[in-house]
Design a protein around this ligand. Structure first.
Ligand code: C5P
Length: 316
């Protein structure tokens, strides 16, 4: 199936190549309700897309599915989720064409920002259009679920509630507009190991309703970010003890600069802060850089902005 590529091999000169932006997500809140029979966890999470993105270029070929990525930690073979997405769609739609997928990485790898899942969704959306299949997000949803729990969210984007494994996704009526500071501690945390660690210590507990409270307060116009929790944080800090030492310092800088919310994204290891103004976000960024952290500013993308960004550009 997928082969590491010299990008030009077998290029179908008759068809245009397309470039898509593949955006990152953060989890504003994440509640783990329990272990499911399929081994996954029942979740309630609030997803949010941000404007930090990878670039995915799809070049039609007459041959196989090939992949090329500029990041050393991203596999360029069958195991790459973007290649699996192309293969799954090709078999599902019985398409007899190839594609070379080039991924230019900007989203930190293994940071809880959904980069791999986003790339896979971009490939589904892009090939659906390139191959003229007309499936759209609704027709692609079943394939997205088979690829990973976070992939369906990237067919939608914006501020959204994720239920089930995180793959039942519903847009929020109030779409968040905020400035974001992302902090990369330079540590890679395995999502599967964080969940496994959570199971080892999972005590029966009352399900918290923080996300319900948050959503209902948002509707009343009183954003209640302090209610939100990330149930994976404790397990992630146990899994990566170096992260624990950094967590206190990162949180202190973000809170000190006026963050409305400072939290770990998903299973980590990226942290983020939400700010009302670009000025306070920039101040937080400078403070973090002063403490030796890699930090960058981003902006949330609403559902409409995300959908508008699916418009692609042709490349030579
Ligand atoms: O679906 P995906 O491959 O992205 O998930 C990575 C890992 O995270 C899974 O293999 C599983 O161990 C864990 N996970 C989980 N429950 C979820 C989502 C992910 O246990 N709802």
């Amino acid at each position: 199936m997928a082969k590491a590529s010299s990008p030009a091999s077998g290029v179908d000169r008759g068809r245009p190549s397309v470039r898509l932006r593949s955006f990152a997500k953060i989890n504003l809140g994440l509640e783990v309700l329990g272990l499911r029979e399929d081994g996954y966890h029942e979740l309630r999470t609030l997803f949010q897309t941000i404007d930090l993105h990878d670039e995915v270029v799809l070049r039609p070929t007459s041959g196989d599915i090939r992949i090329a990525c500029d990041h050393p930690l991203v596999p360029s073979d069958d195991s790459n989720l973007a290649a699996r997405a192309a293969d799954l769609l090709r078999r599902y739609a019985r398409v007899d064409r190839g594609v070379t997928i080039e991924i230019r990485k900007r989203i930190p790898v293994g940071g809880g920002l959904g980069g791999g899942s986003s790339n896979a969704a971009s490939v589904l959306i892009g090939l659906d259009r390139l191959w003229g299949l007309g499936l759209g997000p609704a027709g692609l949803h079943g394939l997205a679920r088979r690829l990973g729990a976070d992939v369906p969210y990237f067919l939608l984007g914006g501020s959204a509630l994720g239920l089930g494994r995180g793959d039942e996704v519903y847009p929020l009526r109030q779409q968040l507009r905020a400035h974001v500071v992302l902090v990369e501690p330079g540590i890679h945390v395995s999502t599967a190991r964080v969940f496994a660690r959570l199971d080892a210590g999972l005590t029966p507990r009352e399900n918290s309703n923080s996300i319900f409270f948050f959503v209902s307060r948002e509707l009343e116009g009183t954003g209640a970010f302090r209610l939100l929790v990330n149930d994976l944080e404790t397990a992630a800090l146990e899994e990566a003890p170096a992260l624990r030492e950094q967590a206190t310092r990162i949180r202190a800088v973000l809170a000190g600069a006026g963050a409305r919310l400072a939290a770990l994204s998903g299973s980590g290891a990226s942290w983020f802060g939400l700010f009302d103004s670009p000025r306070t976000a920039a101040r937080a960024c400078r403070g973090l850089a002063g403490e030796g952290f890699r930090a960058r500013v981003a902006r949330t993308l609403t559902l409409d902005e995300y959908r508008a960004a699916w418009g692609w550009s042709r490349v030579r």
